[in-house]
Ligand binder design. Structure first.
Ligand code: OAD
Length: 245
């Protein structure tokens, strides 16, 4: 394993599963309990804003009571100690990467602890507070136009230009805890691979796009992520001749 100048890590719901957050498509996942068209599309919000806001209000409370797990902490250690750049692109709307100590985190699907005013476009922190149909925008003072700052189906994810730049310039692309069923994130492996990166999947089971990875490891994130990070750190130490073999 060489020393990588830049590592790009894509994470999904499986990363936070062992912190107590449900995934989306596993048995008993969020989309087995809710119709995504009602709670995760602009049309669902327009049809019944109260139902949609309530879905996120409930989830926000769940997010308040969780802690980063050993996989989040391992990625933070990698960023702090690895001799190359380490960047996380997450589809998760939780704050567990940051709370685990990671600094360079790109939230491509937004953040549940922020609101977005549909009238003026302002985003603002709401922490674990609720949003309702009467909530007022702190910037333009309008009422009734507030929604979670979360990307819904049919909307364009955030920071795609920045992500694209990192994808085509990374040397190792790691995908962790994602089923690979939602684009554009599901296509990142292909972009990184075409640009010459070594591609690795760490997931409980092979994802929909598993064949596109050079290497895959199956297991729980809290076990396979720290082990993979240890391996990267060890190989980096060998490459820098810090370890006597
Ligand atoms: P999914 O629920 O589609 O996939 C989660 C993946 O994590 C599955 O492949 C599981 O096998 C794996 N997994 C579950 N537990 C795990 C564990 N303990 N350790 C490792 N892997 C585990 O979630 P995402 O791929 O993140 O978007 O879903 C992508 C997007 O679809 C989400 O960001 C969300 C959703 O609809 C929006 O809401 C816009």
């Amino acid at each position: 394993m060489p020393l990588y100048d830049k590592i790009l890590i894509l994470t999904g719901a499986g990363m936070s599963a062992e912190s107590g957050l449900s995934t989306f498509r596993d048995k008993d996942g969020i989309w087995s309990q809710y119709n995504y068209e009602e709670v995760a599309t602009p049309e669902g919000y327009a049809a019944d804003p109260e139902r949609c806001l309530e879905f996120y209000n409930k989830r926000r409370v769940m997010h308040r009571d969780i802690e980063p797990n050993q996989a989040h902490k391992a990625l933070a250690r990698l960023e702090a100690e690895y001799p190359g750049e380490v960047i996380i692109v997450t589809q998760n709307i939780d704050r567990l990467h940051e709370e685990g100590g990671s600094k360079r985190v790109i939230h491509m699907h937004g953040r549940i602890d922020q609101a977005l005013c549909q009238s003026c476009g302002q985003t603002y922190d709401i922490s674990y507070k609720t949003l309702n149909v009467d909530s007022v925008c702190p910037a333009c003072k309008c009422q009734g136009q507030q929604r979670p700052n979360v990307v819904w189906f049919g909307e364009i994810p955030y920071f795609l230009d920045e992500i694209q730049k990192e994808l085509v310039s990374c040397f190792l692309f790691l995908s962790i805890g994602t089923s690979g069923s939602v684009y554009p994130a599901a296509g990142f492996v292909n972009l990184a691979r075409k640009a010459g990166a070594h591609t690795v999947e760490l997931n409980l089971e092979p994802s929909d796009g598993a064949v596109q990875f050079h290497e895959a490891h199956q297991g729980k994130a809290t076990e396979i992520v720290p082990a993979y990070v240890d391996r990267l750190m060890y190989e980096a130490a060998i490459a820098r001749k810090e370890v006597v073999q």
